[in-house]
Design a protein around this ligand. Sequence first.
Ligand SMILES: [Zn+2]
Length: 362
Amino acid sequence: MTEIRYPFDEVPEKSQIVDVAPGVKWLRMPLPMALDHVNLYLIDAGDHWVVVDTGMNIDNIRSLWEQVLEQDLFENKPIGGVVVTHMHPDHVGLAGWLCERFRVPLYMSRSEYLNARALSTMTPGLSWTSRQYFERLGQTESFLNFLEKSLSGFAAVVSRMPGGFHRLTDGQCMELGGQQWQVVIGCGHSYEHVCLHNKDQGILLAGDQVIPKISSNVSVMATEPEANPLKDWLESIQKFKSLPSDTLVLPAHNRPFYGLHARLDELTRHHEDHLAAIEEACVQPKTATELLPVLFQREIDYMQMGMAVGECVAHLHFMMAEGQIERSLDDEGIYHYRTLDSLVADRPHKRHGYMDDEQIMV
Ligand SMILES: [Zn+2]
């Protein structure tokens, strides 16, 4: 198995465009959070460029894009299309702005496009369903008040979505500049995340589906409180293992790397460790909020709380579906999770020692 290896020592400077593979260029946009950048890529489509992911809709990022667009690269070869891997603001944020400016098509999967459109028109405020979801996890009134004030977040950092899009589906091929880019859909981090695989060149544009150093957030969210996204995520890991192990992975965060299979194995172990730790902790019933220190060895602030507790619930739902954990609602309307007795006595815990603090939410 190929170990993880980074062929590029340097990352692109502000507005710098770097060759990363034949016909593929790499640039970065800043992010106003702990994870401080997102990688964007340009695919040579012959007479135009196709942009993959866009950055957030924030003044200084639009200015950076202006600097990028002034470069000679675009003189006789404009941007002719925008691919967005998934609906998170660091990826879709400037899709509408770019598509409007160049009057070019947007390519997304259907679930990602429709969700981005829905979220961008959401009225501020916390619905009773969201409130109930977090209350049942044992979250405090003070966190709910924080959410109440911060929920207009999506539209604040995502430009108006284009009125139409071109749908990307699993297995479909995009022909760009004579090269075939096959769509590979991953699930679990987002609904229907698009990756693009160029078999001939051995390149995978991976978005947030496979990132080398940080693990993508896999969360149950208030919009679908009974979801089991970790099942989807682990199945997607298996699916991506069918791609060649010597693939050059171009992720949306960190640096391009080799070692796709090694990284997928690490991610599997990371989640197996979380599952084992929860199983151990829930011998005594716990709420999802009480389980946070079991998964995260650091302080979780309110900015990260939704994703952290959502990730915890994703593991709990996976174990409930596997018959390892049961859930009960107490008189105060809070869920308690308990490891089933039959498992406690004789199950050897399969910990790999991966309970490090690698997780940064994306
Ligand atoms: Zn994401």
